[in-house]
Each structure stands twice: as structure tokens, then as C-alpha cells.
Design a protein around this ligand. Sequence first.
Ligand SMILES: [Cu+2]
Length: 306
Amino acid sequence: MFEGASNLAAGVDKAFDFIFYISAFFIIGITGFMVFILFKFARKRHKQPQQFRGSVKLEVLWTLIPTIIALLMFYYGWQGFKPMREVPKGAMEVNAIGRMWEWEFDYGNGKRSKELVLPVNRNVKLNLISEDVNHSLAIPAFRVKEDVVPGYKNYLWFKPTKLGDYDIYCTEYCGLNHSGMLSKAKILDSAAYNQWLAELKVTKVLPSSEGLALMKKNNCLSCHSMSGAKVVGPPLNGIFGKKSLVVTSSGEKEITIDEAYLKRSILSPNDEVVKGFPAVMQSYKGVVSDEDIQKMVDYLKAQDAE
Ligand SMILES: [Cu+2]
């Protein structure tokens, strides 16, 4: 296995190596023994095969030995796993946000980046937050992987021990572009990290995520992405104020996406459908209150300011 780059790597590698070598020993041993037996006890002409009854000695051995091996596997696995759930005091905290289909890392005070940048030799706790569906954050070089589940507070921690760039994957199938949900962990020395953080621009903090919560509640995000990806309907991020070609019953026309258009699109969605998308959305008239619609529209409006 490639070399680990965190304090947790040694424990994981030990368990992995133990299981790997035991497995290799038995697959070679059993196959070899089987081939040997095939030749040694091949049927000979005019000879009756010998008959056996059970053997207590053999049965005790083939129960005891595998039990001991399995318990040892558990022991090494547990030893590697236990420290992963015990976050040391004073660890720096970063929010790791998963959404269809990208990772974003939040260092506090509105500072966010798409790559995880960290100082070497410092304990880091990642708070795992999902904005939509189940994801899983995996950084193989650090030997860490944890599920990122909406509404559930999960975390992982590690101490990067080597400078360099390491791959980040999503390892829970989360839809169309799951395999493209990639990022990098960049480990810098502490001076370079401090400089990077100081130069990182503050992303506009959005006024309220209430609108987003309402959009989730009403299943808007089942068909519309907030990442620019095309799902069933057009993506909803950064659209406010933009021009768009729509199809109406009397032909195509160009409209500006303003508050009025967004509201019309919720109440009578099939009157003006963005070109290239099917007219399949249900009306939310009477389903969502005017007040809630306003909150969702406000949220979409704020999304434009980046
Ligand atoms: Cu994912």
C-alpha cells in the first residue's frame, strides 16, 4: 500500500497488513495442500478407498485456530479504529461541506475554499455537513473515511504528517456526477498556511438558509441543482438577474430572471419553461404559502452575489 501521510496511517496499515498476510498464507497454503492431496490420494485401480469417521482433534483445531485469528484481526482493527473517534483537545476545526457534486471547506469567518488546505503536524477535526444527500469523505493517504449524512453530526480527525497534495474522494454514491466529486488536501508548512488563510477571500455570508431549508422541504432540489449541474430542471444557483430563453404556448421568448419570473415558475411552472428542459413540473399553487415562496426567492436572489 502507498505510504500514509497522517498519524492514523500506521494503525490502519498494521490491521490491513495483518489481514492481508494471513489471507495470502491461507490461500497459498490451502490451494497448495489441495493440489498435493489430489495427486497423493488419486484413485488407484482395484483399490478400495479408505473410510474415515470424524476426528475430534481436527475439529477442535479447525475451530480454535480460525477463532483466534479472527479475534486477532478484530484486535488490530480496533486498535487502529479507536484513536480515530477520540479527537484530541485543541484540534483546529474545519467544516467540510458535501453537496451534489462538490466539496467545500469552511475555515470560519466566511472563509471557504474548494480544496482542503491545512498546516502540517496539527490536529484537525473536520465537521462533516451534507447540504443534500448522503456523501462520504475519504482521504486515502490519511487513511480516513466517514459518511456525510444530512441532519447528522459526524466528524473525523487526523494530523497530517507530510507536506504535499493528497486526493479527496466521495465514496458514497450520490447521483449523476458522484465520480466527479473530487478535491485535494494540500498540506503546507505553518507559515505558508497562515499566509494562504490570510489571503483567502471572504465569501459573502448568505442572509438566511431558511430559504434553502424550504427548498429542500418542498423537494425542489430533487430536480434542480444548486451546483450548476443539469438534473431534471435547470440549475438554480447564480441565475438571478440573468437572461434566459423560455418556451411558451405562443413560441420562444427571452425573459430576465427576476422575482416575478421565479414566483411564476413556482405557481405555474409550465407557462414559461427554460429552453432545453421538459415541461414536467407540478404547480405549487396552494401547496406553498406566499410567505415561504418569498423566502425561497430571497435565497435564490442572494445566491447570485458571489
Ligand atoms: Cu457525494
